[in-house]
Design a protein around this ligand. Structure first.
Ligand SMILES: Nc1ncnc2c1ncn2[C@@H]1O[C@H](COP(=O)(O)OP(=O)(O)OP(=O)(O)O)[C@@H](O)[C@H]1O
Length: 624
């Protein structure tokens, strides 16, 4: 049978080292020439139904070697694959080729490395995924969030890091990430009904079912978070303890991540009116004179045209945590009179003193462009800063590209993607012209810092911050410092933002998440999304690089190729050879939604038709 052939091929690529008897009766003649007789298995480790192989259960057999998924594609009824407790190593086998699998058990092997975010995207039948006790690392793949039938997910005992993706599946019965001690952040709400042991051994997680509440979940409003630190600051200032005390506040504010350390705030501390004087609007833009205590509670508005509100208004607003980035968390806060704002906390922003910080914020506040998210106001405190912007309804490009299904949005089509790329280019060109003194006028360009308006017009955010962010922090976390020129020569240049832009375009066109491609290859060189694209011949870009989720793009393939070539020229690791921003944006502006030559082709085609029909009739005339 075909099942038998496929399985024997599968067996031949395995190394059956410690257990020579394993799989010994596979294909050994007699009744065993066929793996199944009805529901009965003739071969070891096979599960049968009506003469077909539906499961492979090769556990505890000391197996290693190559897992030949391609040959398993020849077992059409295979729904369950278990290779638990063997000696397999390397990256996970390419199981997504087995799109009909319902159960995948690969726990207790030596699998290692990152799992691409979209790894499970085409495996929508999966109900049980067991990958526990391997050496897997990186983010937990977001595509697990899309498995709407998921019942069991076992990832314990690996080295996953980052946040737990926002699982929404009510179907989940068993879930375990324990002892992945690099995980951090809030436990998704749907998992809060599970046993706390599912999350044990991980310092950085918070929220139910753990007894450790998260900052935002601890109290209903963002106010309390800010108010605790303000109230403490004010109270201590009031008793005149000065600088010494300020540094203690510093500590208490860094400890406030851990609510177990802080005593619960009293009602009066949480009352926005308590201890906070209304900001003195007349001098809200002015230099810092006045009493320090009043000033510490003051929001500084950087724009003339924005509606004014007080810090206390924001504090009253109900807040929702949007996510935590490199610098701290961002909160969405709806003001009672309507506008919805985003408050982003920055803890590592002490590179310059107060005066210089204010000067820089005012400079950023003067920027105005269709493709920039304007800074509305900021709040200055020695140990942390808050930057306040409008909330953008459609959220970030990152979510639209990689999590659209989870948030119930359709995938972005090619015209939307082109519009976004062009808008980002225009926003960057404006930043370059308005902030000429900055080497990298953006400095932190990535898909989570591109927000989308309802019509897909993109808005850049978190721009122009390099001068104020603490240097060691900037070097560690900001996108500019991930560039080839920084890794190779410890420098950033005027073309560094162009490199980030190039990567962003590759991400938009391929739908691939760049972080999944970051690693060192065997010869120690850094690899990224660009080197992946480079490894694929141009004639295969159509089938292998472009995101299939863009929908039908036949009539645009030529233009998409053009754009991909421009992106590659932006990613050139030698910055001398790289396009500069002006060149890149000009070239991008020339890219059209449909193939530029289309009109030419259609008129050419019809002319050719006319000619050939004329030729044919001529020919007929001739033969008659
Ligand atoms: N003004 C906004 N409107 C809507 N969503 C926003 C807004 N600002 C941020 N977000 C979203 O909130 C989430 C957290 O953003 P945040 O800026 O804190 O982190 P980040 O961009 O992921 O990382 P980094 O701190 O490096 O910028 C992201 O998904 C981001 O796109």
């Amino acid at each position: 049978s075909t099942d038998a052939d496929a399985l024997l091929k599968f067996k031949s690529s395995l190394e059956i080292s410690s257990n020579k008897d394993a799989l010994v009766n596979w294909g050994s003649g007699g009744s065993s020439s066929s793996p199944c007789s009805g529901d009965k298995a003739n071969w070891v480790g096979i599960l049968c139904e009506k003469g077909n192989v539906w499961g492979l259960k090769l556990e505890n057999m000391g197996l290693k070697g190559n897992i030949d998924i391609e040959s398993l594609e020849g077992v059409p009824h295979l729904r369950s694959l278990s290779l638990m407790n063997n000696e397999f190593e390397g990256s996970l086998p390419d199981v997504k080729r087995l799109g009909a699998l319902k159960s995948l058990y690969l726990s207790r092997n030596h699998f290692s490395g990152n799992i691409p975010g979209d790894f499970f995207s085409s495996m929508l039948s999966l109900k049980k995924v067991h990958l526990a006790y391997n050496q897997l690392e990186g983010q937990i793949p977001w595509s697990l969030v899309e498995l709407h039938r998921l019942l069991e997910l076992r990832l314990e005992g690996n080295k996953f890091s980052g946040q737990i993706p926002n699982f929404q599946q009510k179907t989940i019965k068993s879930f375990n990430v324990s002892n992945n001690d690099q995980l951090h952040g809030q436990i998704p709400q749907i998992l809060s009904r599970l046993d706390p042991s599912s999350f044990s051994g991980i310092e950085g997680l918070c929220g139910a079912p753990l007894k450790k509440p998260c900052n935002a979940a601890k109290v209903p409003s963002i106010g309390s978070i800010i108010m605790v630190s303000i109230a403490v600051t004010l109270a201590l200032l009031a008793i005149g303890a000065g600088i010494v005390i300020l540094s203690r506040c510093n500590q208490s504010s860094s400890n406030e991540e851990d609510p177990a350390n802080g005593k619960s705030p009293s009602a009066s501390e949480l009352d926005p009116g308590a201890g906070v004087k209304s900001p003195d609007r007349g001098s809200s833009n002015g230099s810092v004179t006045g009493k320090r205590s009043a000033d510490s509670a003051k929001l500084s508005f950087v724009r003339e045209d924005s509606e004014r509100f007080d810090l206390s208004d924001l504090l009253k607003a109900s807040a929702e945590i949007l996510g935590s980035g490199c610098f701290g968390s961002s909160y969405k806060a709806a003001l009672t009179n309507g506008p919805v704002m985003v408050v982003k906390r920055f803890k590592q922003m002490n590179n310059v003193g107060r005066e210089e910080f204010q000067e820089h914020m005012r400079r950023i506040g003067r920027l105005k462009h269709t493709n920039l998210l304007p800074l509305v106001a900021y709040y200055y405190k020695k140990e942390e800063k808050l930057l306040i912007t409008d909330y953008v309804e459609k959220g970030s490009l990152a979510v639209q590209l990689h999590g659209h299904k989870a948030v119930g949005q359709p995938a972005l089509d090619w015209p939307a993607r082109l519009k976004i790329i062009k808008g980002v280019g225009k926003g960057l060109r404006y930043l370059y012209s308005e902030l000429p003194s900055l080497i990298t006028p953006h400095g932190h360009l990535k898909s989570s810092n591109v927000l989308l308006k309802a019509n897909y017009e993109p808005l850049l955010s978190d721009y122009g911050l390099i001068p104020v962010v603490n240097q060691e922090h900037a070097h560690e976390l900001m996108v500019a410092y991930k560039s080839p020129e920084y890794s190779q020569q410890s420098r950033i240049t005027k073309k560094t933002d162009v490199w980030s832009f190039g990567l962003l375009i590759l991400e938009i066109l391929s739908g691939q998440f760049p972080a999944n491609f970051l690693h060192q290859n065997k010869s120690g060189e850094e690899e990224d999304l660009a080197s992946w694209v480079k490894s694929i011949p141009e004639k295969e870009w159509n089938t292998r690089v472009f995101d299939k989720e863009m929908g039908p793009t036949k009539s645009s393939e030529g233009e998409m190729m053009k754009l991909l070539r421009i992106a590659m020229a932006c990613c050139e690791s030698d910055f001398e050879k790289r396009l500069d921003l002006r060149e890149a944006v000009e070239k991008i502006e020339e890219v059209k939604e449909k193939d530029g030559d289309e009109d030419f082709y259609s008129s050419y085609a019809s002319e050719a038709d006319i000619r050939s029909s004329r030729g044919l009739s001529d020919e007929l005339n001739f033969t008659m």
